[in-house]
Ligand binder design. Structure first.
Ligand SMILES: Cc1cc2nc3c(=O)[nH]c(=O)nc-3n(C[C@H](O)[C@H](O)[C@H](O)COP(=O)(O)OP(=O)(O)OC[C@H]3O[C@@H](n4cnc5c(N)ncnc54)[C@H](O)[C@@H]3O)c2cc1C
Length: 275
């Protein structure tokens, strides 16, 4: 058998490698991905909808075990838990050092898909506050790119991925190419309104859209400040249509555990003729 030849070899199948493979194969290159981690079997491995009563510790986790084997990964406390710790490496098997006084939490997912399996789907653009922060603070080297260099590529990815969001006109959080925003829950609306009443928040600018949404903007914008509740930029999957376009009645719904769109009851899909 002839040795296969490839035009491109990609190391790692995370979002970076996966996207590179998408681009290269679309352009006709024979592409190989090498992945160090295990394969994922979605039917068996995905856990976001496993009910807590099916877990041994009912979501309280075996904390002694977690602390012993994954003390760094566990810093991602909301994700490296009883459900999902299998998607994080064992620190005990992956030791590393960092310079004194310069701690570094190296969160690693070693499986096909890398950390795309665990990411939270928050899809924010960085602004120049982010691109310039390390240079201003004298950490490492000045990055050779700024927001203007990467903005068209944000457009490109967002249009493919389908990012639901609300334009806010915030300088620290550039707007993107958004699908319609997800509705806020009544608790979120209440929280936003309560925040808006606080004297340290105000509505910046005269932009009508922002006024309409009463977006709270912190007066003292810190370099990595993200607006507290207003922007809701999330991946909605690869341009998945919303319920209305599927003919499913009622407002769009989101799963409380994973926030994914269109967790309609199977009967609603059936009634809408979707299998
Ligand atoms: C819990 C969690 C939540 C997150 N939420 C968000 C979010 O909401 N929004 C956001 O923007 N970002 C989020 N992130 C960050 C985001 O997930 C990562 O920045 C992104 O997934 C990194 O992608 P990557 O392809 O660069 O690297 P990785 O996903 O780490 O992929 C690297 C891949 O390379 C493989 N690999 C490593 N070494 C080798 C080797 N020698 N040979 C072969 N393969 C190798 C690994 O197994 C892995 O599959 C989150 C991260 C975590 C952990």
């Amino acid at each position: 058998m002839p040795t296969p030849r490839y035009d491109a070899v990609i190391i790692g199948s995370g979002i970076t490698g996966g996207w590179a493979a998408k681009e290269l194969t679309e352009k006709g290159l024979n592409t190989l991905i090498l992945e160090a981690g295990r394969p994922i079997t979605p039917e068996k491995d995905y856990v976001e909808h496993v009910p807590v009563w099916e877990l041994r510790y009912r979501d309280w986790d075996d904390r002694k075990e977690r602390q012993a084997t994954q003390p760094i990964q566990r810093e991602c406390y909301y994700a490296c838990d009883e459900f999902s710790n299998k998607f994080f490496v064992k620190d005990s098997d992956n030791p590393y050092t960092s310079e004194p006084g310069k701690p570094f939490s190296w969160i690693k997912g070693r499986q096909v898909g890398g950390k795309s399996i665990t990411w939270g789907r928050q899809s924010y653009r960085w602004s120049d506050l982010d691109f310039e922060a390390n240079a201003k603070e004298g950490i490492a080297i000045d990055w050779p790119i700024r927001y203007a260099d990467i903005a068209p590529w944000y457009d490109y990815v967002e249009e493919f991925a389908g990012i639901s969001g609300q334009a806010e006109g915030l300088p620290q959080l550039p707007d993107g190419k958004f699908l319609p925003p997800m509705e806020m829950t009544c608790v979120e609306q209440d929280f936003r309104d309560a925040l808006f009443q606080q004297p340290e928040f105000h509505t910046a600018g005269g932009d009508e859209d922002r006024q309409a949404h009463r977006a709270p903007v912190q007066r003292c914008a810190q370099p990595d400040f993200r607006s507290v509740v207003a922007p809701r930029h999330r991946s909605a999957g690869n341009r998945r249509p919303d319920q209305k376009s599927l003919g499913i009645p009622g407002p769009n719904r989101f799963c409380l555990r994973c926030d994914a769109r269109i967790h309609a009851h199977p009967a609603e899909f059936r009634d809408a003729g979707i299998s």
